[in-house]
Every structure is written in structure tokens, then in C-alpha cells.
Design a binder for this molecule. Structure first.
Ligand SMILES: Nc1ncnc2c1ncn2[C@@H]1O[C@H](COP(=O)(O)OP(=O)(O)O)[C@@H](O)[C@H]1O
Ligand SMILES: [Mg+2]
Length: 622
């Protein structure tokens, strides 16, 4: 299970995700498998450059001994030219392999980003109910980058540095094993220091990454709700929330910087110590006639050949560990199963007339908190079914189950006689259109938003839908008409206008089942009239489930489902329910079917109501 909300919690080690399953290096590197062809080519080139690096000091030794010891000018020229040619070839190989690695990195980054996005789109509502979009964005943005650089940036260099390291040691041994022993004693010490500090840097950088995720989440929330932030003058509150996060980002980053900065000087000191030791000991060997001057220089170069890979390996190790931390979050996300999936033998929803049936439906969001109990009702094709009940009764949940945004925990939901779990999600949702209370628009043009209902719609179809939705007039009056951008989430339109665009979208979809969740609840009278008029047209001839608060909609419904605490307490037409003298009559007589506090099931329901609502019951309907 992926945990994001609890980031940085627990108070022990900030941000270290102890409850995410660990990721093996093997799994991390398995990401490179699809690119194995190019990487193999790159590896060959890289081994060539490593070999050149290894041979170079031998060339230098030849050069020096030719000039100084043997005084052979011709040989000197020959060796110099050979070295030049070798380095020229090495540059070409280096360029090619470095380009291959970078290009593959870009590809891996986009592929992985796409894979994560694909999976995110496949995940069902259950996942999103408990996650913050900022946390998810941090995974897609920074973690993918870290993994990219941590796989491609490490795999081949690791190989190359190991070759250089052991190659240098081997050649140094053959030149003078006594000298080489000095190196062999010092190298593991340097390595140990490096790995120890690398581990610390890794833990700190992972914690930093998690805190950055939190800060992004805060900022993301502020940006999404900037209107509320401003309206409540909570700028400084949000600033403080953001700063809280950034302060720990800074603190952790500084600690990491300190740890990182210490690594270099320590290693440098050890390396220079080794060089001094070699020069001193080597000088004695030369004096003793056991070593030539060329040998000593070559040896020094091999010593550098040992030190450089050690430095590089520590950097690679840190980078790899960072990537493993990021990969933990990415793989946890990719491993997250979708709660709602198409059955392996899922069929296309049979084309029918649009009947909807709930058979003893049980549902719970959380395992031990049931929301719907034994819900049983059927809506005949073309009929309108109103769902009423106090706030929190389970009306929106019921609509969600028809769309199969969640799977029932008991019983079944049938569309045209087919259990929604037996059909593919795409065909189930193709049969319906949802108009929610808060219409959701995308930051594109008006036409683009309407077209969302049917992507291949022509301009003319869009206009017909807009007219039917009472939206054509206001759209035509916009500066660029249908091509006007509506701003993020449609902020440049009024609520009533947004709702009519949403209705046009539903009309364009031409579904056989229409789901309206309090589509007019938040509108003023004028907009409500226009929206309702459009809805009436849209509802004609379609099976409609409407969570309603408008009396006429409810009264005209063929059937009314009265929900209370997730149970269907009354079922019938308006007339029948009035005669029942139950909850419906009480709600109706208040002319206020929605947004009452939930009625306590045991006590006298009236007792729970504020005074002013009780008096409203005596006011006669207009
Ligand atoms: N995504 C969710 N996760 C957990 N509980 C939820 C979720 N959505 C709604 N609930 C709970 O389910 C119950 C019914 O909610 P809902 O169907 O939205 O009520 P209504 O639309 O009738 O006001 C409420 O108690 C609510 O707290
Ligand atoms: Mg609701």
C-alpha cells in the first residue's frame, strides 16, 4: 500500500518511507531492459574508452623512457603519433556512447512518465479519495527524473569505473608490486569512507525529496483554491504552511550539503597522502635502480587511475541510492492495484433501452463503515427517478455506483439487465452522462468543453447541443464565441453558464441514462430556470436518476427513492409518499429536501433540527 499522507509523520526519521516496500537494484535496472540493444553498443564503446585510459600511462612511460633514457627521437615521434590517433578514436567513441546514453535517458524518462500516467488514469476513485494530487505530481515530476538519472546515469559508468579501477590496479601490480601494495591498502579505506558518507547523503536526500513533495502539495492546493484563500484572507496562513515545509527542506538540504561537502576533501586528503607515499617510496626504488623514471611516472598515473574511479564510484553509489528511493515511490504507485477493473471476460454492455436496477446493494467506502444497506429499486426505461434524502444519506454514492466508480460490496447494480461488473467500464460509462452539482470544465475553449461529451462531434452538433442547453445565446455573446477560453476549471464563466456548458456536453453525448446530482442546487433563480429548462429537454425519453432539491422535478418523477442513512426508507410516487406520512412528507412539507442535517435514526427527527427549520414547516408552498 502506498502511503503519502503520512509523509514526514511519526516524528522519528523525517520523511523516510519505512512502510514502502524496498526496491531491489535489480528491479530498478530492469527499467533499462527495453533499451538493451543501444545500451550494449554503448557498453562496447565505453569499454574501448576505458581501455584507452588504461593504456595511456604505458604510452607515457614509453615516451619518457625513449626521450630521457634511450634518447631515441624516432621512437619518440612514433609513440606521440600513436597516442594522438588513439585519443582521437577515443573521443569519437566517447561522443557516440555519451549521446546514446543521453538519448536513451530522455526516452526512458518519457516512457516512464507515460507509464505512470497510464496507471494513474487506470486507478479508480478509491485511490484518489485518499491521495493528494501534489504528492502524485511530485512522483511524476521529480521521482521520474531521479530514476532516469539513477539508472542510465549509473549502469554503464559503473561498469566502466570498475574496469578502470581493477585494470589500473592490475597494471600497477605488474609494474611494481611493492608500490602497488600501498595503493591496495589505501584504496579500501577511501572506498569505505565514501560508501559510508554516501549512505548518509542518500537518506538525507530522500527525506528532502519527500518534504519537497509536501511543499508542492501545499502550493498545489493553494493554487487550486486561490479564491477561497483570498476570500478568507489566509495568505499568511498558507505562507506559513508552505514555509513549514520549505524550512525542513532547507534544513535537510543543508545537512545533505554538509555531508556531501565533507566527502570530497576527505577523499582528496587520502589520495594526496597516497601520492606522497608513492613518490617517497618510488624515489627510493629509483635510487636503488629497481625502477625507471618512466616507470615511476606511469605508476603515478595509475595511482590517479585508481583514485578517479573510486571518486566516481561513490558519486554513482549516491546517485543509485537516490534513484532507489525515488523508485520506491514510483513502483509503489505502479503496483497499486485498481480497485475497479474490467473482468477478464467483460462484455460490451448490451445495447438496451436504459433500465437501471439496484438489487440488495450494500456499499462501504471504508471496510467497517457501511454507507448503503440493502438498496433495492428499479427504474424502467425512459422514466425519471428522483433520489431524495438528508445530506449524507448516500445519494451521490448511489449515482457513483451506477457509473461504477466504485464496486458494490454486496448485491448488484444492473443496467439493461446486465451487472455492471460483467461489462467493460468504457461501455457502461458510454451509456450514461453525468451532470454533477459542481460542473467541471477544462481550461480550454467552450467548444472544447462541450466536445468532451463526444470527441468526434462536428461544430454543428456542438451548436445544436448548446442551443438545447440554453447556452448558445451566452456563448455567442462571448468575445470569441465558441472559441473563447474559459480559464482553469471554467472560472471565467458564471456557475449557471458553466452548468449549461456541462449540460450541452451531456446532450452531445446522447446517453440513454442521465445522472443528475443536484445539478441546479447551487444556482440563482434565473440560472436555475434556464438550466432546469435545458435539463427537462435533456431528460425527455431518457432514463434519468436525479438527485433533486427542486419540488417540481421531484413531484413529476415517476418514482421517488427516499434515502435515509443509506437505506431506502420510502419508495413511490409523490402522491403515494405524501399519503405515507413519513420522512418524505416531512421533507416535502419543509419545501427543502436537500442539505438538512442527517436525521438521527433513533430520536425524534424534529428534535435534531434548528429552530428556524421547524417553523419553516408551517409555511405554505407558493
Ligand atoms: N469518497 C468517500 N470516502 C469515504 N466516505 C465517503 C466518501 N464520499 C462520501 N462518503 C460518506 O458516505 C456517506 C454518504 O455520502 P454521499 O453519498 O455523498 O451523501 P449525499 O450525496 O446523500 O449527501 C456520507 O456519510 C459520507 O461521509
Ligand atoms: Mg451529494
Amino acid at each position: 500500500m502506498m502511503r503519502m499522507g503520512a509523509r514526514g509523520g511519526g516524528g522519528s526519521r523525517p520523511g523516510v518511507s519505512t512502510d514502502l516496500p524496498p526496491v531491489s537494484t535489480r528491479r530498478l535496472y530492469s527499467l533499462l531492459w527495453p533499451y538493451r540493444g543501444r545500451l550494449a553498443l554503448s557498453a562496447v564503446l565505453m569499454l574501448f574508452t576505458a581501455a584507452v585510459g588504461l593504456v595511456f600511462p604505458l604510452g607515457v612511460r614509453r615516451l619518457i623512457d625513449s626521450a630521457l633514457v634511450e634518447a631515441d627521437a624516432e621512437q619518440l615521434n612514433l609513440v606521440a603519433v600513436a597516442l594522438l590517433v588513439m585519443f582521437f578514436l577515443e573521443s569519437i567513441a566517447n561522443f557516440t556512447q555519451s549521446y546514446i546514453v543521453s538519448a536513451t535517458g530522455e526516452r526512458l524518462g518519457t516512457d516512464l512518465g507515460l507509464k505512470v500516467t497510464d496507471h494513474l488514469l487506470r486507478l479508480s476513485m478509491r485511490f484518489y479519495d485518499t491521495r493528494r494530487s501534489g504528492d502524485i505530481l511530485a512522483i511524476v515530476n521529480s521521482d521520474v527524473t531521479l530514476v532516469r538519472s539513477g539508472t542510465l546515469g549509473t549502469a554503464l559508468p559503473l561498469l566502466s569505473q570498475v574496469v578502470r579501477l581493477f585494470g589500473s590496479i592490475a597494471i600497477a601490480m605488474s609494474l611494481n608490486w611493492r608500490l602497488a601494495l600501498i595503493v591496495i591498502v589505501i584504496a579500501p579505506a577511501v572506498m569505505g569512507v565514501a560508501i559510508f558518507s554516501g549512505r548518509r547523503v542518500r537518506a538525507l536526500s530522500r527525506a528532502t525529496q519527500e518534504e519537497i513533495g509536501q511543499a508542492t502539495a501545499v502550493l498545489n492546493e493553494v493554487l487550486a483554491n486561490v479564491r477561497i484563500v483570498k476570500a478568507f484572507a489566509r495568505e499568511s496562513h498558507e505562507r506559513a504552511r508552505y514555509w513549514d515545509r520549505m524550512a525542513s527542506v532547507l534544513r535537510l538540504s543543508l545537512r545533505r550539503a554538509r555531508a556531501e561537502s565533507a566527502v570530497g576533501p576527505i577523499i582528496t586528503f587520502l589520495s594526496f597522502g597516497a601520492i606522497t607515499a608513492v613518490l617517497w617510496f618510488g624515489g627510493r626504488e629509483v635510487l636503488a635502480g629497481r625502477l625507471s623514471a618512466g616507470d615511476l611516472i606511469a605508476f603515478l598515473l595509475y595511482l590517479i587511475g585508481v583514485a578517479a574511479p573510486i571518486g566516481a564510484l561513490t558519486r554513482l553509489y549516491t546517485q543509485l541510492q537516490q534513484a532507489l528511493g525515488a523508485a520506491q515511490r514510483i513502483f509503489a504507485l505502479l503496483d497499486e492495484p485498481a480497485a475497479v477493473t474490467d473482468a477478464p471476460d467483460a462484455i460490451s454492455l448490451p445495447v438496451g433501452t436504459g433500465s437501471v436496477e439496484f438489487r440488495s446493494v450494500e456499499f462501504a467506502y471504508a471496510p467497517d463503515r457501511p454507507v448503503l444497506h440493502g438498496l433495492d429499486f428499479a427504474v424502467a426505461p425512459g422514466q425519471t427517478c428522483a433520489i431524495v434524502g438528508p445530506s449524507g444519506a448516500g445519494k451521490t454514492t448511489t449515482i457513483g455506483l451506477i457509473l461504477r466508480l466504485y464496486d458494490v460490496t454486496g448485491g448488484s447494480v444492473l443496467i439493461d439487465g446486465c451487472d455492471v461488473r460483467h461489462a467493460t467500464q468504457a461501455t457502461v460509462r458510454d451509456a450514461m452522462a453525468l451532470v454533477p452539482q459542481e460542473p467541471v470544465l477544462f481550461a480550454t475553449t467552450v467548444a472544447g468543453n462541450i466536445r468532451y461529451g463526444k470527441l468526434e462531434a462536428t461544430q454543428q452538433e456542438i451548436e445544436v447541443a448548446a442551443r438545447a442547453a440554453n447556452a448558445h445565446d451566452f456563448i455567442s455573446a462571448l468575445p470569441q464565441g465558441y472559441e473563447t477560453e474559459v480559464g482553469e476549471r471554467g472560472v471565467q464563466l458564471s456557475a449557471g453558464q458553466r452548468q449549461r456548458v456541462a449540460i450541452a456536453r451531456a446532450i452531445l453525448r446522447n446517453p440513454r441514462i442521465l445522472l443528475l446530482d443536484e445539478a441546479t442546487a447551487s444556482l440563482d433563480n434565473e440560472s436555475e430556470y434556464l438550466v432546469q429548462d435545458a435539463l427537462d429537454r435533456l431528460m425527455k425519453g431518457r432514463t434519468t436518476l436525479v438527485v433533486a432539491h427542486r419540488l417540481t422535478t421531484i413531484e413529476n418523477a415517476h418514482q421517488i427513492v427516499v434515502l435515509e442513512n443509506g437505506k431506502c426508507v420510502e419508495l413511490g410516487t409523490h402522491q403515494q409518499l405524501i399519503e405515507t406520512h413519513g420522512l418524505y412528507e416531512r421533507l416535502w412539507s419543509r419545501r427543502f429536501v436537500e442539505e438538512l442535517p442527517p436525521v438521527p435514526s433513533s430520536a425524534d427527527p424534529e428534535a435534531a433540527l434548528p429552530i428556524e427549520m421547524k417553523t419553516e414547516a408551517t409555511v405554505s408552498r407558493p
